[in-house]
Design a protein around this ligand. Structure first.
Ligand code: SF4
Length: 52
């Protein structure tokens, strides 16, 4: 699949990562949080992630 130039990503362990470059190959992703009151970047998650 082609890299989506609108979605940068460095998570190479995800099956949707473009591998040859740091982009996602999905048309869109869903971002969420595992916190009740997120206050920093570590509180957010790509909920479209699936392990390779
Ligand atoms: S689905 Fe999320 S974690 Fe996976 S490559 Fe795309 S942006 Fe990265």
């Amino acid at each position: 699949m082609d890299a989506n130039s609108s979605i940068k990503c460095s998570v190479e362990q995800c099956q949707y990562h473009a591998q040859s470059k740091d982009y996602c190959t999905l048309q869109e992703i869903k971002v969420g949080t595992h916190e009740t009151d997120p206050t920093k970047v570590e509180c957010t998650d790509c909920e479209s992630f699936e392990v390779r």
